[in-house]
Design a protein around this ligand. Structure first.
Ligand SMILES: N[C@@H](CCC(=O)N[C@@H](CS)C(=O)NCC(=O)O)C(=O)O
Length: 203
């Protein structure tokens, strides 16, 4: 059984969407990250920084979005959301899946808070470099890692969705808009979004 530690409208969105894409049973445990003082101290036993998401799969804890996404997609190979080990397609898949947290997210967060690349002492590049990299990739193929939808799309797609719709920091490039239209048409995207909206409204 999978237990999913989650907060609606947060960085756990991509994993929530991935769970819906996988179509496997999971149980959601809501974590109140917005409470004064953050999530309860007891949650540190699951996620050492008290952040969402986290997963417990048959007693095994896994944290960090990229790691969770790789773990889940590899654990359910029949869903086709990960190229198999040994397949060269895994190179682009892993690259984008990790880029999402190591470059895209910090660059977007810095932009939303009014700063940009602060020099080579930081591991992520500039906002402009990131946007152009993403634009080149999404202008050349339907999905971020190639011709097939995968767990790299739930990672980067959930980030683009948040950056465009909520933070309004990503430019309205045609490649971003058509990519998001493709992703938002997916029944699993619509299911996770509806569940998050209901949870956020306490219904
Ligand atoms: N590095 C973590 C970051 C997750 C993260 O930033 N989660 C936010 C949700 S938007 C959180 O739980 N924040 C609560 C807090 O910092 O107290 C991951 O990729 O899983």
């Amino acid at each position: 059984m999978i237990k999913f530690y989650h907060a609606p409208w947060s960085r756990s969105a991509g994993v929530h969407w991935l769970l819906e894409e996988l179509g496997v049973p999971y149980e959601t445990e809501f974590v109140d990250i917005r409470a004064p003082g953050g999530a309860p101290e007891s949650y540190r036993a699951i996620q050492p920084n008290k952040k969402v998401p986290a997963i417990v799969h048959d007693g095994t804890v896994i944290t960090e979005r990229a790691a969770i996404s790789i773990y889940l997609a590899d654990s359910f190979p029949q869903t086709g959301l990960a190229p198999s080990i040994g397949d060269r397609a895994r190179a682009a898949w892993l690259t984008w899946l990790v880029y999402s947290d190591s470059v895209f997210d910090p660059v977007v967060a810095a932009k939303a808070h009014g700063s940009d690349y602060m020099g080579s002492g930081y591991s992520y590049g500039s906002f402009g470099e990131m946007v152009d990299n993403l634009d080149r990739a999404l202008s050349s193929r339907p999905y971020i890692a190639g011709d097939v939808f995968s767990a790299a799309d739930t990672q980067i797609g959930s980030g683009i969705h948040y950056a465009m719709e909520i933070l309004h920091v990503l430019p309205d490039r045609p490649a971003f808009k058509s990519y998001m239209e493709r992703l938002q048409a997916r029944p699993a995207f619509q299911r996770y979004a509806a569940k998050d909206a209901a949870a956020a409204q306490g219904t």
